[in-house]
Design a protein around this ligand. Structure first.
Ligand code: FAD
Ligand code: UDP
Length: 367
C-alpha cells in the first residue's frame, strides 16, 4: 500500500496534519512509537476522572480561529487556571497580582503595590535584563524573585537563574488587579471528557500504527509514502551525528486517594528549592466530576538522559547553535519537520496547531 504521507508522531502537530491532509483527499499513515495516540496531551480515564498523564494541560488562546477549530472536534469547558504557590507553608495567589502583593506586603491599592515593587526592583534601574534572574527582578523585584521564582525555576530547569534565558519568565503576567487568572487570553478551557477524545476525533478513520518507532527502519517507512512529516526530536532523525540537543525531563508520580478533595485546586506550585517536586496537580478540578476518590500527580523535574521523555527544549545559546546546524541539515532532506521536538521550541498547544496549519498551507505545490 502506497500512502501520500507518512506522519511520524500522533501528538497535536501530527494529528492536525493527518486530519487536514485526509480532508484534502490524501492517503495518510500515522506512526506512533508510544502505545497510545496524543503525544503529551494524552489523558486517561481513571473511574471518571480525566488524568493528564504528561502534566497539566490547559488550552488557552486569543486566536478565535484556533479556538473554533478545536471546538469543532470536542466541546471545551471554561476552566480558568488559578494556581497557588506554597512557599514554606504559606499560600500565595498566582500569577503575580494584587492578591499576591497583599499576601506578601499587605499593600491594598495599585499605587501602594507599584511603589513597593519599584523599591524592590531598584537594583535593576537602567540595566537591560540579560538572564532570567535579572528579568525577574526587573519585573517584580527581589522579594517575589526569592520566594516565588528562584527555587521553582532552578528546580524546573536544573540551572542557576543567571544561566537561563529571560524569555521563560516573560510568559508570566504581572497585574495590578485582583485577578488570579494565570492566562490573559480570551479563550481558555479543557476538552470535556479529555484531550484523548480530541485526538481520536482528528484521527477518526485513519491508519494509525502504535508502538512503531520510525527511526528503527527509516528507509522502509519513508518508502511507504511520497512525503514524510516528522514530529520527533530533530537530532534523533540525524542519528545525533552533530551531538545531542539537551532537554529537561519530568517524572510524574500519580496517586489515587480515597477522599473526595485533596487540595481544593487544580494546581499548587511548591516554590522553595528544598522540596523536590515543582507542583501537585489534582486532576478532577480541571473537568469537575463527583467521585469519592481523587487522583493527584507530583511533578519532579529531572535531567534528560537517553530513555527519558524529552519534555522541554533548553533554548540557551549552546543548544540553539547546535539546533541551527541540524536545521541546515534538515533543508536537504525531503521531509517536513514540525512540532515541539522537531522545531526545538517551547510551544503551547494553540501555537502547535497554528504552526501545523501554516506549514500545510505552504505545501500547496505538492498538494
Ligand atoms: P508531542 O506531543 O511531543 O508529540 C510528538 C509525538 O511523536 C509523540 O507522541 C512521540 O511519541 C512521537 N514520536 C517521536 N519520535 C517518534 C518516532 N521516532 N517514531 C514514532 N513516533 C515518534 N501547552 C499548552 O497549551 N497549555 C499547557 O498547559 C501546557 N502544559 C504543558 C505541560 C507540560 C508538562 C508539558 C511537557 C507541555 C505542556 N504544554 C502545554 C505543551 C504541549 O504539550 C505541546 O505544545 C504539544 O503537546 C506539542 O505537540 P507535538 O505534536 O509538537 O509534540
Ligand atoms: N515560574 C515560577 N514560579 C511559579 C510558576 C512559574 O518561577 O510558581 C516560572 C518558571 O521559571 C517557569 C516559568 O515561570 O519555568 C513558566 O511557568 P509555567 O508554569 O507557565 O510553565 P509550564 O511548565 O506550565 O510550561
Amino acid at each position: 500500500m502506497k500512502y501520500d504521507f507518512v506522519i511520524v508522531g500522533s501528538g497535536l502537530f501530527g494529528s492536525v496534519c493527518a486530519h487536514e491532509l485526509t480532508k484534502l483527499g490524501k492517503k495518510v499513515l500515522v506512526l506512533e512509537k508510544r502505545n497510545h495516540i496524543g503525544g503529551n496531551i494524552y489523558t486517561e480515564n481513571n473511574n471518571g476522572i480525566q488524568v493528564h498523564k504528561y502534566g497539566a494541560h490547559i488550552f488557552h488562546t486569543n486566536d478565535k480561529v484556533i479556538w473554533d477549530y478545536v471546538n469543532s472536534f470536542v466541546e471545551f469547558n471554561r476552566f480558568t487556571n488559578s494556581p497557588l504557590a506554597n512557599y514554606k507553608g504559606d499560600l500565595f495567589n498566582l500569577p503575580f497580582n494584587m492578591n499576591t502583593f497583599y499576601q506578601l506586603w499587605g499593600t491594598k491599592t495599585p499605587e501602594e503595590a507599584k511603589a513597593k515593587i519599584s523599591e524592590q526592583r531598584k537594583e535593576m534601574d537602567g540595566i537591560e535584563p540579560s538572564n532570567l534572574e535579572e528579568q525577574a527582578i526587573s519585573l517584580v523585584g527581589r522579594d517575589i524573585y526569592e520566594k516565588l521564582i528562584k527555587g521553582y525555576t532552578e528546580k524546573q530547569w536544573g540551572r542557576d537563574c543567571k544561566d537561563l534565558p529571560a524569555f521563560i519568565i516573560r510568559r508570566l503576567p504581572v497585574r495590578f488587579t485582583y485577578d488570579n487568572n494565570y492566562f490573559s487570553d480570551n479563550y481558555q478551557g479543557v476538552p470535556i471528557g479529555g484531550y484523548t477524545k480530541l485526538i481520536e476525533k482528528m484521527l477518526e478513520g485513519l491508519d494509525v500504527r502504535l508502538n512503531v518507532d520510525f527511526l528503527e527502519d527509516k528507509e522502509f517507512y519513508q518508502n511507504l509514502a511520497d512525503n514524510v512529516i516528522y514530529t520527533g526530536p530533530l537530532d534523533e532523525y540525524f542519528d545525533n551525528k552533530l551531538g545531542k540537543l539537551e532537554y529537561r525531563s519530568l517524572e510524574f508520580r500519580t496517586k489515587t486517594l480515597h477522599k473526595e478533595n485533596f487540595q481544593g485546586n487544580a494546581v499548587i506550585n511548591y516554590t522553595e528549592g528544598d522540596i523536590p517536586f515543582t507542583r501537585i496537580i489534582e486532576h478532577k478540578h480541571f473537568d469537575p466530576v463527583k467521585t469519592n476518590h481523587t487522583v493527584i500527580t507530583e511533578e519532579y523535574p529531572s535531567e534528560w538522559k537517553e530513555g527519558n521523555e524529552p519534555y522541554y527544549p533548553i533554548n540557551d545559546d549552546k543548544n540553539m547553535l547546535l539546533f541551527k546546524q541540524y536545521r541546515e541539515l534538515a533543508k536537504s532532506e525531503n521531509v517536513i519537520f514540525g512540532g515541539r521536538l522537531a522545531e526545538y521550541k517551547y510551544y503551547d498547544m494553540h501555537q502547535v496547531i497554528r504552526s501545523a496549519l501554516t506549514k500545510l498551507s505552504k505545501l500547496e505545490a505538492i498538494l
